[in-house]
Design a protein around this ligand. Sequence first.
Ligand code: ATP
Ligand code: K
Ligand code: MG
Length: 687
Amino acid sequence: MSVVGFDIGNENCVIAVVKQRGVDVLLNDESKRETPAVVCFGEKQRFLGSAGDASAMMNPKSTVSQVKRLIGRKFSEPDVQRDLRMLPFQTSEAPDGGILIHLKYLGETHTFTPVQVTAMLFAHLKDLIEKNQEMPISDCVIGIPSYFTDLQRRAYLDAATVAGLKPLRLMHDCTATALSYGIYKTDFPSSGPTYVAFVDIGHCDTQVTIASFEAGQMKILSHTFERSLGGRDFDEVLFGHFAAQFKEQYRIDVYSNVKASIRLRAACEKLKKVLSANAEAPLNIECLMDEKDVKGFIKREDFETLSSGLLERIGVPCSTALADAGLTAEKIHSVELVGSGSRIPAVGRVLTSVFRKEPRRTLNASECVARGCALQCAMLSPVFRVREYEVQDSIPFSIGFLLDEAPICTGSNGILFPKGQPVPSVKVLTFRRSSSFHLEAFYANPSEVPAGVSSKISCFKIGPFQCSHSEKARVKVKIQLDLNGVVFVESAMVIDEHGDDSSTRGVADSMDPMDIDCVTASGSSEAVADGFQESSSMQSKSSHASGDGKRDNKSTRRLEIPVTENIYGGMTKAELSEAQEKELQLGQQDRIMEQTKDKKNALESYVYDMRNKLFNTYRSFASDEEREGISRSLQQTEDWLYDDGEDETENAYTSKLEDLKKMVDPIENRYKDEEARLQASRDLLKC
Ligand code: ATP
Ligand code: K
Ligand code: MG
């Protein structure tokens, strides 16, 4: 059984696998440690990962990249619209407000959701691992940005499920990074916590996290982000610069030409990378547009001037992360810079000025997220034993609840899980109600969530139920913010009390006009109660705190009542299994095509191989007639391969091969018999 960590980036995916001796990053088919996050839909099959990237240019409109930008989001969000303008494939608004991707595949127009395309990437990575490890895998931990909304988290889980994976947890990218930093480090001072800032600059986003480390444990103090600021924005600066220059110099408008803009964008990304190591760099593209070759050149300092606005913006989430953690820059022991977008030298200068110390690059910038996820997976998996290490993560958004459309009475604006709340957490609310009611989860503070995100998360109908002994029943509702950072009503029950509860009820009613008895919180210890790890003392503590369980009076009966959830924009169970079915079909189609290619190659090499042998090794074992006949058939097969047989079924190639073999086998056998005879006589002589 393998345990696996995935980092699905906007540009690159990394797979880490835990082995007996540590964590390994898995190589893909091209022996690379990073696999492009690209799915290309061809005439006959899909091309995934590296193969997708290789076919992208031939088929730009049917190539999907940066799907992570789209998953779990609304088509109408201005940010989404901006991203879509840069992406060459066609999209439209789904009935639920989400995004649909339309493209040509198998010669027809097909429609896929971002969840489906993400599932394809997951399935591809799963395939790579299974081939490498020679066994099936399902348990995994997946890195996600801390700013992912509830819907995006659910969408990621759905995508993993469609691909046949079983995510043990979604883990914030920087928490995974912090884990891969902290768990190996044994020299933290015992005098108090060590504060470390992690800054991850990816292709599209920037995330900052401040973590506190002590021996055997780490705790996240703050997560901040700039969702739309990453390496790609630096490419765009160069792109804009050269597009304008070429317009003047060569009279070409790359914006008007899909292929030309894709090529210029790719060239600018390369140029940016060259500038990370060199003071200046050239840009040459042959036949970019209108049969014109273009040439350009830029100095690193000019690039930095052009990107000064972007560089400044990187400082913002850094300062906020300090403020949210309640720390000054002086308190930060070190700053760790990760994500390949951070390789731009000027980024280091910005961080130095915010944190008053030079950032370090202790971790492997492109692999630390996947490695941390793999470690977490090993910690959660019963199969592995990992050193005791406590990871306490938190969410960056305040989540509130509405009771039949009015904020529940918790002291502040209906907030049940404030920003910074540890994940996982459980809260138990007690309501006095006479009939079924609705609880609605919402983001309580619009300024915390990324711009354009709807505040509505999900709605839960509690009931129906009957109250037998009083006109209002006590209903206990258990609400989870789980390990994935997803919020939901876990269960609800009616507490049926016999006898003298009227006085307590009176008190509760008068204290609480919303008919809510109590709000009881428990931190990450609840997860222990829910069976993730050891520690039974915490379990009894939390059940005591929630006043739940056996402690109650003998005369109290509890009755579980139905909870119906409505996730705004999520997939239904039926849609999920339909997507699973579809993914299996697509995978099957790809496999058939791969096998067909293999069979065609086998036939082709047989033709060449036999032609060679027929006139050399086998020469004296065939009659002239036989040789001529076979030679003719080989030629006919070769001609067929380049003509009608260019694009045939697996069966067609197999049967052609069998036909040839029928002619050649007798000769091959004569040769083998003779070889055996010679060997036998050699052995005889030896004795
Ligand atoms: P995200 O985190 O946004 O989902 P990702 O994890 O795929 O994306 P990374 O692989 O961390 O992103 O970083 C990719 C970005 O890093 C790209 O924009 C790429 O151009 C940039 N990059 C890679 N190498 C260098 C370099 N040497 N100098 C500058 N930028 C680089
Ligand atoms: K990555
Ligand atoms: Mg990343």
